[in-house]
Design a protein around this ligand. Structure first.
Ligand SMILES: [Zn+2]
Length: 312
């Protein structure tokens, strides 16, 4: 009898608690297979392999967004295409990030459409051979058209071509750190490169915290996050540590497909303007301003080491 009473009391307490959502994140890596490695095939392969082996060791899914211009290097085309075949054979998903990384806000609609169409000429047959399809498109610079009309025309085009747009909620500007890290490494300044690497890893918690708080303010819960990082040398050597930090925050790892089932991603994207995460776009559409969170900033001592470069 006593046992039943305890059981009933325990069950009542269980239901009285607010249900805890499990934190989840889909990792997306842009500018693949290896940004800014247009000459050195060895560096290109090393970076791509570093990313792939980290994901495999951690057993987490990811979608890699490719700029196929990176594959189109005379004398290296087969070697470069082999890298994306390796991603596919390892079970990772690939998406179209436009052939030359053109910004929808800078080029004409026709030019942007061409950049999309040319964006998966190599990956599409490689995926078809493996009974897979190109599903995802990611806007370069997250720019999706400056005006409502331009944005609608781009969305119509993507829909006609059966693409789904991959949104972003967590973006701690890895590229700002990565450019400086690589420059320092190549200049032989390993000590400062190591400091930049540590500062980058320390950016992960505030980066996630910003997205978590923004999500709470908009939706009243934490949506499954979508992380944006890039295929660069810095991530090729830090990805396992980055994933460890995410696990420590309570994150489990899901595919883009799983993450985007959440109702928070079902709103039609009516945002026009400059870049911005899905949370920032939604806030603007809803006429809301975030009260507490502010996006994390890069430490000034790093900015002083080298000028920042715009990427995304
Ligand atoms: Zn990009």
């Amino acid at each position: 009898m006593l046992r039943i009473v305890i059981l009933v009391a325990a069950t009542a307490q269980l239901f009285a608690q607010t249900p805890q959502r499990q934190r989840s994140v889909a990792i997306t890596i842009d500018d693949g297979p290896a940004v800014n490695e247009m000459r050195d095939l060895g560096a290109f392969q090393r970076i791509a392999r570093g990313l792939l082996s980290s994901l495999e060791a951690e057993k987490v899914p990811a979608t890699i967004f490719i700029n196929e211009r990176q594959l189109n290097v005379q004398g290296q085309r087969d070697g470069r295409a082999a890298v994306i075949a390796q991603w596919l054979d390892a079970g990772y998903d690939l998406g179209n990030h436009a052939y030359s990384h053109a910004s929808a806000n800078r080029v004409s609609l026709r030019e942007f459409q061409d950049d999309i169409v040319r964006g998966d000429v190599i990956m599409r047959p490689l995926m078809a051979e493996r009974n897979r399809q190109v599903v995802w498109f990611r806007y370069p610079f997250l720019n999706s058209g400056e005006t409502a009309e331009a944005h609608q025309a781009i969305m119509d085009f993507l829909e006609q071509h059966h693409y789904r747009v991959a949104h972003v909620t967590v973006d701690y500007k890895d590229y700002s750190f990565a450019g400086i890290y690589q420059r320092l490494l190549r200049a032989g300044d390993a000590a400062n490169a190591e400091k930049v690497k540590q500062a980058y890893l320390d950016q992960i918690d505030p980066g996630f915290e910003y997205a978590e708080k923004a999500s709470q303010e908009l939706y009243g819960y934490e949506l499954p996050q979508i992380l944006l990082i890039h295929c660069n040398e810095l991530n090729s050597v830090t990805l396992r540590d980055s994933i460890a930090r995410m696990r420590k925050r309570g994150y489990s790892f899901v595919t883009l497909e799983e993450a985007t089932k959440d109702p928070a991603y079902q709103r039609a994207d009516s945002f026009a303007g400059n870049g911005g995460s899905w949370l920032e776009r939604t806030a603007k559409i809803m006429g809301k301003k975030f009260t507490s969170p502010t996006p994390p900033k890069m430490p000034e001592w790093i900015t002083a080491l080298a000028p920042r470069r715009q990427q995304n």
